[in-house]
Design a protein around this ligand. Structure first.
Ligand code: COA
Length: 323
């Protein structure tokens, strides 16, 4: 039976940075409020659209790992902020990087998107017809933010990251997973409303991102905790068998609560939210790239990592991956 192994990684962050102090110049907020409640100090903000960030991340990976784009069989992009409804971001990336043998699809599972996309890529590989799949998570959430709303606009940043998954038979890759959707709570995070607009009806609605922050916080600490435990128990592992927990970077207080409830050594939980804020589907590939680059993680090392993410839908998912 085939499994899928991580053989490449990259990330791309736009050069422009908005600090908390920058926000306090046009909103009734402060660095003290934002940092103490979220752990965020700054976020990158993009002048260009999602497909450009994803293409940049893809090109960095291809160059760094000396990959010919023609060996790619598929490109899966996790995003909830596509340039267009049609074409998909993945189709744009496929054209930009000249990966003409790759089929391309987008996955929208909000901030959980990268976990859902990695799981999907893993299943394509396990079916036997796909060998090399580029999985990208990228967002320009800034274009969906209402910059007069201090409760949401300070939380998000833009960026993209990529992972190359390759078919192998050495029992590495995703060894356990649990993905969940809680559609009854879909109103906790809402963004990008496009109403009916035709000869029969015209719907008005708020097009920007809105969030019930407290409800999201409670959802995450309750549902995600159970999701993580179940993912570990599926393969008879405990948190002590995990070398690094890599959580979606949404809020440092959520990460601390999860680590405490898991009784996880804090040194096993890496965070970069202070620098990048919540980059939604970009969050996990961006932080994974940083962890590979600072030698916390090593390709082929057989380290066990637990990826966990949550977001709009509401959705959540965890993966245990052996590198
Ligand atoms: N600056 C200053 N004050 C702010 C503020 C800001 N940026 N944002 C909100 N406030 C104010 C609110 O207006 C409110 O004021 P009021 O009491 O006068 O009405 C007060 O702070 C408390 O608001 P509340 O929303 O209850 O704060 P909180 O302690 O729950 O913290 C979050 C807000 C968003 C940081 C917190 O709920 C959270 O982290 N939720 C999870 C969000 C998340 O992770 N989303 C992404 C999921 S992928």
């Amino acid at each position: 039976m085939y499994t899928s192994k991580i053989v490449g990684h990259s990330s791309y962050l736009p050069e422009n940075i908005l600090t908390n102090d920058d926000f306090s110049k046009f909103l009734d907020t402060s660095d003290e409020w934002i940092y103490s409640r979220t752990g965020i100090k700054q976020r990158h903000v993009s002048k260009v659209n999602t497909s450009v960030l994803c293409t940049n991340a893809a090109n960095i990976l291809l160059e760094k790992f000396n990959i010919d784009p023609l060996i790619l069989d598929a490109i899966i992009v996790a995003t909830s902020t596509p340039d267009y409804t049609i074409p998909s971001v993945s189709a744009l990336v496929q054209g930009n990087i000249k990966a003409s043998n790759a089929m391309a699809i987008d996955i929208n599972s909000a901030c959980s998107g990268f976990v859902f996309a990695l799981s999907t890529a893993d299943k394509y590989i396990k079916c036997g017809n796909y060998k090399n799949i580029l999985v990208i998570g990228g967002e320009v959430t800034s274009k969906q933010l209402d910059y007069t709303d201090r409760t949401t606009s300070v939380l998000f940043g833009d960026g993209a990251g990529a992972i190359l998954l390759q078919r192998t038979d050495d029992n590495t890759g995703i060894i356990s997973e649990k993905l969940e959707t809680h559609g009854d709570k879909h109103d906790f995070i809402v963004s990008g409303f496009t109403g009916v607009n035709n000869t029969l009806n015209k719907e008005d609605g708020y097009p920007y991102l809105s969030m019930k922050g407290r409800d999201v916080f409670n959802f995450v600490t309750r549902v995600v905790m159970k999701n993580i435990i179940s993912t570990l128990e599926n393969v008879n592992l405990t948190i002590d068998d995990i070398d690094f927990v890599v959580p979606h970077q949404a809020n440092i207080r959520i990460i601390e609560v999860l680590a405490r409830k898991l009784k996880c050594d804090p040194s096993k939980v890496f965070t970069n939210i202070d620098k990048v804020a919540n980059t939604s589907a970009g969050s996990l590939p961006i932080i994974l790239d940083e962890m590979f680059n600072n030698d916390s993680l090593t390709l082929g090392s057989k380290q066990n990592i637990l990826l966990t993410a949550f977001g709009g839908g509401m959705s959540c998912g965890s993966l245990v991956i052996t590198l």
